[in-house]
Design a protein around this ligand. Sequence first.
Ligand SMILES: Nc1ncnc2c1ncn2[C@@H]1O[C@H](COP(=O)(O)OP(=O)(O)OP(=O)(O)O)[C@@H](O)[C@H]1O
Ligand code: SF4
Ligand SMILES: [Mg+2]
Length: 345
Amino acid sequence: MTSTDQQPFLSVKDLKVHFSTEDGIVKAVDGLSFDLARGRTLGIVGESGSGKSVTNLTILGLHNPDSTKVEGSIELDGEELNGAPEKTLEKLRGNKMAMIFQDALASLSPYHTIGKQIGETYRKHTGASKQEARARAIEMLRRVGIPQPDVRVDDYPHQFSGGMRQRAMIAMALVCDPQLLIADEPTTALDVTVQAQIMDLLKDLQQEFGTSIIFITHDLGVIADIADDVLVMYGGRCVERGSKEEVLRAPQHPYTWGLLGSMPSLDGPVDVPLNPIPGSPPSLLNPPSGCRFHPRCAFAEKVDGNRCATESPVLEITDGRGNACHLTDEQRREFFSDLAGSQAH
Ligand SMILES: Nc1ncnc2c1ncn2[C@@H]1O[C@H](COP(=O)(O)OP(=O)(O)OP(=O)(O)O)[C@@H](O)[C@H]1O
Ligand code: SF4
Ligand SMILES: [Mg+2]
């Protein structure tokens, strides 16, 4: 193995994404660090507004530079993306990194056929002829399981069902074999059967192409299905990171306990009582002092000296595993086993 093989494929360090708005500075992402290895899937989970989409749009360079301040480092395969010229990012988008969204209709143009849209992306990055691009579009549609791809290639997006559009968007994202695929809630709008088919498709394509995937979701059940590693975000920061098994079976952070507790049913991971997290997500204009979760945390009083309200816990990661919380490991084990145990009664 060369040293490049051992480096993470994507390395995000102390990322801050702050928006200037009429009301003040929105600190949407505020000191986020994580790594993603080649061929792995990182699930990012967190409530609405925790900064999941902003993080990933920033990785792709899809933010307005006039109103957005981006600090920190985003290294893709050893290349720094923060501050890179738009031309460089444009070349990387679609080619080395690509994104699929929840809403395929919004990312496909209604005025062009599916085949033309997939083909154009291919031509833009490879300089292929129109004929080659059409053949490639048909091939990609076949790969993502569209029946009669040589006929459906000439359909417009509105002629496709929701699930087929989602497949077409995946085909478009993968047409240039990107090494990084960012999937932002790509199955949320689909029914469970189609959702399962799309997830299987992504897993197959990952096997085939060795793609690294970031999969953003609210749904820990989806994480259980698709992720290798999990990053839990709260208020623009990472509060817990680990392998899927670690985070779902032995979660360390009170916020993750809350997330697991608000899942109706989870196949496999430990069940804790169904109990929504009280309160609402933090303001990103005026985030709470100390631990951003402290106004909602039932365990803040177990930490000495009001530290939760005054001192921001540092995220410490060893071998990919860690959390940002002032509780001791012993307290953590005790409180979590109490929570998990109480559901048996
Ligand atoms: N261009 C912008 N200007 C100002 N604030 C923004 C902008 N884009 C996002 N935000 C704010 O940043 C915060 C994080 O948003 P983001 O879309 O990343 O959340 P999310 O975790 O993806 O949520 P969801 O699960 O609802 O998709 C939100 O409070 C959002 O209102
Ligand atoms: S640091 Fe304190 S408030 Fe934050 S999660 Fe841990 S116990 Fe709760
Ligand atoms: Mg989002």
